[in-house]
Write a protein that binds this ligand. Structure first.
Ligand code: FAD
Length: 282
């Protein structure tokens, strides 16, 4: 597969403040210059960012002029709430959506939504809007933290594909073999949709370690120990992180990955550095 046939995308989260929003727009404009296939914008499960996600998506899509996919999660949202959002996005000409179960913030108790798993949300979107949306779902090469085991989680991934997902984006990982293993096993179960690696740039060790523990992404010991050794030396952490992730992306693309999805955390430079190192097209 040539670089041109692959798809490249950048993910943002909706900012909480006016200043954060301005920074997000500046970041998005810088990244738009690379002509990515799309942007995406996360959604706070339970609807905590419902309005901010909607506003951000419409602005990125309409003003920054990169097709933008809202993330939509089902836990904690009712069917009428989901239906209203889908209608709003459809009317605004949005064509891609990232469909997720979501994680309710602690303290919100059990899910009050009517749909429990992402496969049910994919079914719901198809029932409500037919083929209007290209539906992305999440994939977990290192296994979702709540799954009993790899096989169960893979079977649940296949349910989402059978429900009508068009492609998938993975949770981030630092071990390319986990990705190749996941794709190979999924293909053996008949999955033929693109599974695009989600790429997390390494810029800050403490935050990365905390986040990785929560979402089940393993930081290999050799990477952890090297990052720990740098202590507060941010420049060394970033230089080392950039090299590690560039090498991994090269391996992924050489091994047939159908593109890359960058978790930007609303910062342009780390993703741009990877993009330039990889000499991505456009
Ligand atoms: P599911 O596919 O529903 O899986 C969740 C768990 O349930 C897994 O353990 C799975 O094995 C199991 N399971 C799935 N289906 C069934 C079934 N039918 N019966 C029994 N068990 C089942 N979170 C947000 O809140 N907002 C976001 O914007 C957001 N964006 C994300 C983007 C990407 C690319 C990724 C990878 C994750 C994102 N997340 C986001 C995090 C995601 O919501 C969490 O990882 C969540 O815990 C699982 O969501 P899912 O859609 O993968 O769930």
């Amino acid at each position: 597969m040539s670089q041109k046939e692959r798809r490249f995308s950048f993910e943002f989260f909706p900012a909480k403040t006016e200043a954060g929003h301005e920074k997000l727009l500046a970041t998005a404009s810088q990244l738009a210059a690379k002509k990515p296939d799309f942007f995406s914008c996360t959604y706070g499960a339970g609807g905590s960012t419902r309005d901010r996600t909607l506003t951000t998506v419409l602005q990125l899509d309409g003003e920054v002029k990169v097709p933008t996919a809202p993330h939509l999660s089902c836990v904690g949202d009712t069917k009428p709430e989901l239906r209203a959002l889908l209608a709003h996005y459809k009317d605004a000409g949005i064509r891609r959506i990232v469909a997720l179960r979501g994680d309710l913030p602690s303290g919100m108790g059990m899910a009050s939504g009517e749909l429990r798993y992402a496969n049910e949300l994919v079914e719901f979107i198809r029932a409500e809007t037919g083929d209007h949306f290209h539906i992305e779902v999440a994939a977990y090469p290192e296994v979702h933290p709540q799954a009993r085991n790899f096989e169960d989680d893979l079977a649940n991934f296949v349910r989402k594909v059978k429900a009508g997902a068009d492609s998938a984006i993975t949770q981030y990982f630092f071990n390319a073999d986990s990705y190749f293993h996941f794709v190979e096993r999924a293909e053996k179960l008949g999955v033929s949709i693109p599974v695009v690696p989600g790429i997390m740039p390494i810029t800050n060790y403490t935050k990365l370690a905390r986040f990785s523990d929560a979402c089940g992404a393993e930081i290999p010991r050799w990477i952890r120990k090297q990052l720990e050794a740098y202590g507060d030396d941010i420049a060394s952490i970033q230089a080392f992180g950039e090299q590690v992730i560039t090498d991994m992306c090269e391996r992924l693309l050489e091994g047939g990955a159908p593109g890359l999805h960058f978790y930007t955390l609303n910062q342009a430079e780390p993703s741009l550095a990877l993009w330039n190192n990889l000499k991505l097209p456009r």
